[in-house]
Design a protein around this ligand. Structure first.
Ligand SMILES: C[S@@+](CC[C@H](N)C(=O)[O-])C[C@H]1O[C@@H](n2cnc3c(N)ncnc32)[C@H](O)[C@@H]1O
Length: 248
């Protein structure tokens, strides 16, 4: 598994800022670009849309990174499980959950960094949110079932996406929901070419339909732009496609 980037100091700082930074902290120089900040917040809000939830519902955030989308899901679900392969990310998520605050050194340029203080908004609940290290392609068998599963920008970062998708029908309750977002940035560094969902040829959404349609109905798709700061004057600007699926 090639996920060593996600164990690095640079990745932890980058993702803490991406998840918990204010738009002004992330993008101090260009206010016009700030609409693409707050991805985990928009992702949860726009994915849920007008879905009506029952009582005592559980959500799973697969590939949760440093945890902001899991904590956002807690606004709507009684219990949330966040799972990520990176031990560093899970430790950072748990630290933010425990302390509601973290300081990061955001890269400015060269060897210069800005000390930024990131805070969890007081209206976010931290109880009944459980972060754990795990492999989306080989999840523990006693996770139970969920009413909502989020896989945000994970599918093109795992070694065997088809294996991960094959496990989803057993994880989602009948009539429950699955949301997959991705900019479909397939790279051999993370996924061997032979395992790219569409073989690198047809388009990922078509491949997702093929893999998921026997167990899920596709309800809608929409775009989710997001901005990841590399340094104060350099960003990754991506447009994830979100697909919302309902378990048959
Ligand atoms: C592009 S990041 C997306 C993170 C987060 N969902 C977000 O939208 O900000 C990909 C995430 O997948 C995690 N990851 C990579 N391989 C994984 C695996 N086999 N199982 C679970 N998580 C994995 C990485 O550690 C990283 O947190």
């Amino acid at each position: 598994m090639t996920s060593s980037f996600y164990e690095s100091d640079a990745a932890v700082e980058q993702y803490l800022l991406f998840h918990y930074g204010t738009p002004e902290q992330i993008c101090p120089l260009l206010p016009e670009a700030r609409a693409a900040c707050g991805f985990p917040i928009r992702c949860v809000k726009e994915s849920l849309g007008d879905i009506k939830l029952g009582k005592s519902e559980r959500a799973l955030d697969l590939g949760c990174a440093v945890g902001r989308s899991s904590l956002e899901l807690r606004r709507h679900f009684d219990e949330v499980v966040g799972i990520d392969f990176s031990g560093r990310f899970i430790t950072a998520a748990q630290q933010m959950q425990r302390e509601r605050h973290v300081a990061v050194c955001a890269h400015r340029e060269g060897a210069v960094h800005d000390e930024l203080s990131l805070d969890l908004s007081p209206d976010i609940r931290i109880d009944h949110v459980y972060f754990e290290q795990g492999d989306a392609c080989a999840l523990r068998s006693d996770l139970g079932k969920f009413d909502f599963v989020l896989m945000a920008n994970l599918i093109d970062r795992i070694p065997d996406p088809a294996k991960c998708l094959a496990g989803l029908p057993d994880l989602v309750h009948p009539k429950g929901w699955l949301v997959i977002t991705s900019p479909y940035t397939w790279l051999e560094e993370y996924t061997p070419r032979a395992k790219w969902l569409d073989g690198g040829e047809r388009g990922t959404l078509d491949a997702l339909k093929e893999f998921l349609m026997p167990a899920f109905d596709l309800r809608r798709t929409f775009d989710l732009p997001f901005l990841i700061r590399e340094h104060r004057r350099k960003y990754q600007w991506s447009i994830a496609e979100a697909s919302v699926w309902q378990r048959r």
